[in-house]
Write a protein that binds this ligand. Structure first.
Ligand code: ADP
Length: 420
């Protein structure tokens, strides 16, 4: 049974708030501080193991670092930590100080942390219960001295169990997911579950990567489609997610992984490395990617009734209220979809706050889009379930100003933080 946060309709299975911003207990201040110094968090996930998730996560981290970004690579795959091997860092031992762990430096701007560094031998199996694993994931985020990072790339255990859940909840609502799959139908079914998992948690999905898609001939570099390809792309289209691209099966990928030198570094001119770089390059412009990825819906994407779209914004006085669940009123702004201009704004009082009440009330008011400052994952999922789109991280200014910027495509959003 989930307990809802009293402040933002958000909940975690163990109770409390999952919105990140509402967790103001002293035990979470350290986590918040760590996270506030990391600009972008990308969690690489997969429906099942062996699809190349760690390989993709490592190459993303290395490529971003080669582009001059400050990058952290965190391996929370507690059952098969492979990042140390993929980066020739096996046997390294991080320095552990007073409640702080120094990440291992791979280059001057790429730092790595993995459970693999903590195990006495690479043959040691880790048999830990859920709560211990969850505690470890949180510790690896908050107790590691990551410093200021442009990107934290997280290699997450496969599936949709406790560890991916805890990873996304620890990192917060602005952690973006990348899902890796292979083209075969069975893997695609697993990924379908991963996509809905990410959506239910309310985290943004950057897109889907299809790995081992076709075979890159070692002689001529030509990609032969010996097995089916396109499963990941078809799934992305079916689920309204962005298809980030495909990487062929290439013996060089396996070899470079075994040797501990990621392909994007050692063989960056090869067709396979270029395919990887084509997937990674848009991540350098995350804001554009999010826009393109429909994270910020456009007015034309919203279902309209009689040429009208209805937008709700929680307000206190006449400015946006960050404290979504307990705002005084909602500004209900009607927009003419043809003219892309505001028809009318009214102020409505929402019913008293109870988890789930405001999403239902907004749906009854025929609202198509809610633009909020901060909102928990649970509340976002409740809106989405009722067909109401959500934008979070909007600035605390007048509702008409927000809507006009949204209509002009110039609304800039920041962190999804509830200020309660
Ligand atoms: P996961 O993290 O999903 O379990 P890994 O990244 O560890 O998967 O990859 C599993 C194996 O497949 C590794 O041996 C890796 O080198 C290999 N591999 C991954 N991607 C490719 C590819 N595109 N071509 C050839 N081998 C690959």
């Amino acid at each position: 049974m989930s307990d809802a946060c009293g402040s933002c309709s958000s909940a975690t299975p163990g109770g409390g708030c999952s919105s990140g911003g509402c967790d103001k207990g002293p035990e979470n201040l350290k986590l918040e501080k760590t996270l506030s110094r990391i600009k972008h968090k990308i969690v690489v996930m997969s429906g099942k193991g062996g699809v190349g998730k760690s390989t993709v996560a490592t190459n993303i981290a290395v490529a971003l670092s080669l582009a001059g970004k400050r990058v952290g690579l965190l391996d929370v795959d507690v059952h098969g930590p492979s990042i140390p091997r993929l980066l020739s860092l096996e046997g390294q031992q991080p320095h552990i100080g007073d409640q702080v762990i120094e990440p291992i430096s791979w280059s001057r701007n790429l730092w790595v942390m993995s459970l693999g560094f903590m195990l006495p031998s690479k043959n040691d199996a880790v048999i830990w219960r859920g709560p211990v694993k969850i505690g470890l994931i949180k510790q690896f985020v908050e107790d590691v001295a990551w410093g200021d990072l442009d990107y934290l790339i997280v290699d997450c255990p496969p599936g949709t169990g406790d560890e991916p859940l805890s990873t996304l909840q620890t990192l917060g609502q602005d952690a973006h997911a990348v899902i890796v799959t292979t083209p075969q139908g069975v893997a695609v079914d697993d990924v379908r579950r991963s996509v809905s998992f990410v959506r239910q948690l309310g985290n943004p999905l950057l897109g889907i990567v299809e790995n081992m898609s076709g075979f890159a001939c070692p002689e001529c570099g030509t990609v032969h489609n010996i097995f089916s390809t396109g499963g990941g792309e078809a799934l992305a289209a079916e689920m309204g997610a962005k298809f980030l691209g495909r990487i062929p099966m290439d013996p060089e990928v396996a070899r470079s992984g075994d040797d501990g030198f990621p392909l994007v570094k050692v063989d960056h001119d090869s067709a396979t490395a270029q395919a990887m770089n084509a997937i990674i390059k848009p991540m350098l412009g995350m804001a554009d990617l999010l826009q393109e990825n429909n994270m910020m819906p456009k007015i034309d994407d919203l279902p309209s009734e009689n040429g009208k779209v209805r937008i709700a914004i929680p307000v206190v006085g006449m400015t946006l209220c960050n404290h979504f669940g307990h705002c005084e009123k909602f500004a209900i702004v009607d927009v003419d979809t043809e003219l892309k201009s505001i028809i009318a704004t009214t102020l409505e009082t929402p019913p008293p706050h109870e988890p789930g009440v405001i999403p239902a009330w907004c749906a009854d008011q025929k609202v198509n889009l809610v633009i909020a400052g901060g909102m928990g994952a649970r509340a976002q999922a409740m809106f989405t379930d009722r067909g109401v789109k959500v934008i979070t991280g909007a600035p605390a200014v007048a509702p008409e100003e927000i809507v006009n910027k949204f209509l002009a495509g110039s609304l800039v959003t920041g962190q999804n933080t509830c200020d309660h």
